[in-house]
Design a protein around this ligand. Structure first.
Ligand code: PSU
Ligand code: MN
Length: 308
């Protein structure tokens, strides 16, 4: 079993011990999802946003084979700047630990480690899901199957719009992963406010999300994760025409360059960032910061709303 390192006496360890609000954050977005040098600045801004809303940030990642819950600034800097940082899903954690690797954890790996550490709320940009060619390639993110068995609330702007959103929602239903819109009945489309798909449930406040988490504890039927889908306001989304053009072009390049497996998502995100000349990057950053803020407010509400 891979154990994580929660150094006694660290801010995260003390907050967890005291039942204070903690928000888990992933590192793949830092190492593979955002371009340098913005990535390190944004990683720090995400943590500051969590703090400003009254919670302790716990960015998760692997440094020299050590799985860390609550990277310090030197560790965060290392994962943001050195070459050869591996992208770690759940299945990679043990191998990376045993070989002393540096690695960034995906939504799947971050959720699994956070839940094991006792953290109940996690903020990211957009979830992984079913890729558009999945009927041929079988490419479906391990984020989905991991959330099926991991009791954590993930605040995100839906799934990345590069994916097959309808198929992803069907899989989430099959897998028993809860999905609630935050002040909306439409599933967000990451760069876009609205993916075009309806949701069954909407919640209006961090307190209401905390009540959902508490009800789950009381029922003792935990199941898996809860997705809190937090859309961008319409005037902050990426221009839909630019989005559609960029996506068509990116998908064509994917085929031309023969990109497959775990390289697909970073490739498409990088294509968006360069083809939109930074417009998608600005949108991506706004998404993450808004989600970090909401996640922190949920964690604060949950800390004051313990299950009976
Ligand atoms: N959200 C973002 N940027 C990212 C990711 C999510 O805004 O880079 C990362 C997450 O770590 C997610 C991963 O788990 O992309 C999905 O990769 P894949 O499709 O290979 O499972
Ligand atoms: Mn994949």
């Amino acid at each position: 079993m891979t154990t994580f390192h929660l150094r006694p006496g660290t801010e995260v360890a003390e907050a967890l011990r005291d039942g204070s609000p903690v928000v888990a954050l992933e590192s793949t977005i830092v190492s593979h999802g955002l371009p340098r040098p913005d990535n390190l600045r944004v990683a720090r801004e995400i943590e500051q946003t969590v703090r400003a809303a009254g919670a302790v940030p716990a960015t998760i990642g692997m440094v020299g084979g050590e799985l860390v819950v609550g990277l310090d600034d030197a560790q965060l800097t290392r994962l943001a700047t050195v070459d050869g940082v591996a992208k770690l899903s759940v299945r990679d954690l043990a191998v990376a630990a045993a070989t002393g690797a540096d690695g960034a954890t995906t939504v799947a790996a971050t959720s699994a480690v956070a839940a094991a550490a006792g953290i109940g709320v996690f903020a990211t940009g957009g979830l992984g899901g079913v890729h558009r060619e999945a009927a041929q390639t079988f490419d479906e993110s391990a984020d989905l199957v991991t959330l099926a068995r991991t009791p954590i609330a993930v605040v995100c702007a839906g799934v990345k719009s590069i994916l097959d959103v309808g198929a992803t929602l069907e899989r989430l239903e099959t897998l028993g992963v809860g999905v609630v819109g935050y002040r909306t009945r439409r599933f967000p489309g990451f760069y876009l406010t609205d993916s075009g798909f309806d949701l069954d449930w909407s919640v209006d406040s961090p307190e209401q999300v905390a009540a959902v988490l508490a009800a789950r504890e009381q029922h003792g039927v935990h199941g898996g994760g809860l997705i809190v889908a937090n859309p961008l306001p319409v005037d902050e989304q990426l221009d839909p025409a630019l989005h559609d053009r960029t996506l068509t072009e990116g998908l064509a390049r994917l085929g031309r360059d023969g990109v497959t497996g775990k390289a697909v998502t970073p490739f498409l995100l990088a294509h968006f960032h360069s083809a939109t000349e930074g417009a998608s990057l600005a949108v991506n950053v706004r998404i993450i910061l808004r989600n970090a803020d909401l996640a922190a407010r949920i964690a604060v509400a949950a800390a004051g709303h313990p299950a009976a």
